[in-house]
Design a protein around this ligand. Structure first.
Ligand code: NAP
Length: 306
């Protein structure tokens, strides 16, 4: 298949490019810097400024599938008004333009989304049957609008899957941010530590995306989280254990809010999310269902970046 990937240079995108290349698909990327992306990924890549340009036509030629992952990183600092605008527009406007530009050859549109679509409080388990309320938080608005823009492609007979991704464990994303602290023995729970962390191993997430590309049963919103979320304090203890470091120090919620403002929600919100559709509808086989096994795989079976 000819597959166009946006955000291909990112943490999830690079893993997906590796897997799809292994499967001999024809892959190309859209990036803010096509030549740099081509160097990093070793596949054809095209430059696209989503805010000022239409999608480059050559990127879409004979394209069967689009996987849309790009977006301003939510965890890269405080959510100033400008960053909030960019976090929103880089996902929603880009989706709108990709949908409008979809070529006649396109059969499938797989789009990013996140567990931030759920309320983010308490111990209640949420799955894809959750009805999104009219009154939304910032993260809920982004995810809901992102999914709505993506869903508009269905009116043209193109299959769409929006992958509601949890916290991805691999050598990137949240772990990359936390690793320096934990390696110094300064890691530990944040806030009360009782908030739920809906984790997924990068290999399992890559499989979910691969299945969503190939398997026509994958449609609509799909939670991509492991079946066993943990409390944040359990996660901190498990990460300390695989790194052989203590995790006594906790970071109080007020300090995190002082440092990160509204973005502290990324660490303090509680998401107890179930992968209902993956398990019940698609019989998806997770490689990692237990956190300890996932972290052991990442830090003891594979080389850890320094
Ligand atoms: N990692 C997670 O735990 C997680 C969890 C839930 C949802 N997600 C979602 O999944 C998607 C991919 O995640 P990721 O962790 O792979 O992200 P990432 O590592 O931050 O990569 C995102 C890519 O998007 C492009 N990008 C960044 N800022 C942009 C901007 N302002 N405008 C246009 N393009 C921009 C970049 O590609 P170029 O530099 O090549 O343009 C970048 O490589 C994101 O939308 C993210 O919100 C991730």
């Amino acid at each position: 298949m000819n597959i166009l990937i946006t955000g291909a240079t990112g943490f999830i995108g690079q893993s997906l490019v590796r897997e799809l290349s292994r499967q001999q698909h024809g892959i190309r990327a859209l990036s803010r810097d096509g030549s740099q992306a081509q160097k990093i990924l070793g596949i054809p890549a095209y430059t696209w400024d989503y805010s000022t340009e239409a999608v480059p036509e050559e990127a879409l030629k004979d394209c069967d599938v689009i996987v849309h992952l790009m977006g301003e990183n939510l965890g890269a600092g405080r959510w100033t008004n400008e960053r909030k605008q960019e976090i929103y527009a880089s996902r929603i406007i880009s989706t709108r333009k990709l949908v409008a530009a979809a070529p006649a050859t396109l059969k499938t549109f797989v789009c990013g989304s996140a567990i931030g679509i759920y309320p983010g409080t308490g111990d209640k388990t949420y799955d894809e049957t959750f009805v999104i309320p009219a009154q939304k938080t910032f993260m809920q608005s982004i995810c809901a609008d992102w999914e709505q823009e993506a869903a508009s492609i269905e009116s043209r007979g193109i299959r769409r899957a929006s992958i509601r991704t949890g916290v991805v464990l691999g050598h990137g994303g949240m772990i990359k941010t936390l690793l320096p602290l934990f390696k110094l023995g300064l890691g530990g729970p944040v806030g009360s530590g009782h908030q739920w962390l809906p984790w997924i191993h990068i290999d399992d997430l890559t499989s979910v995306f691969t299945k969503a590309i190939e398997d026509t049963r994958y449609t609509g919103a799909i939670n991509a989280v492991s079946p066993h979320p943990v409390h944040y304090h359990e996660f901190a203890r498990a990460l300390g254990w695989v790194l052989h470091r203590p995790t006594f120090l906790s970071t109080p919620a007020w300090l995190l809010k002082l440092m990160l403002g509204e973005a502290a929600a990324l660490a303090l919100n509680s998401y107890r999310i179930a992968p209902r559709r993956l398990l019940q509808e698609y019989d998806f086989k997770f490689k990692f269902t237990e956190l300890q096994d996932a972290l052991t795989d990442l830090f003891q079976n594979r080389s850890t970046p320094q």
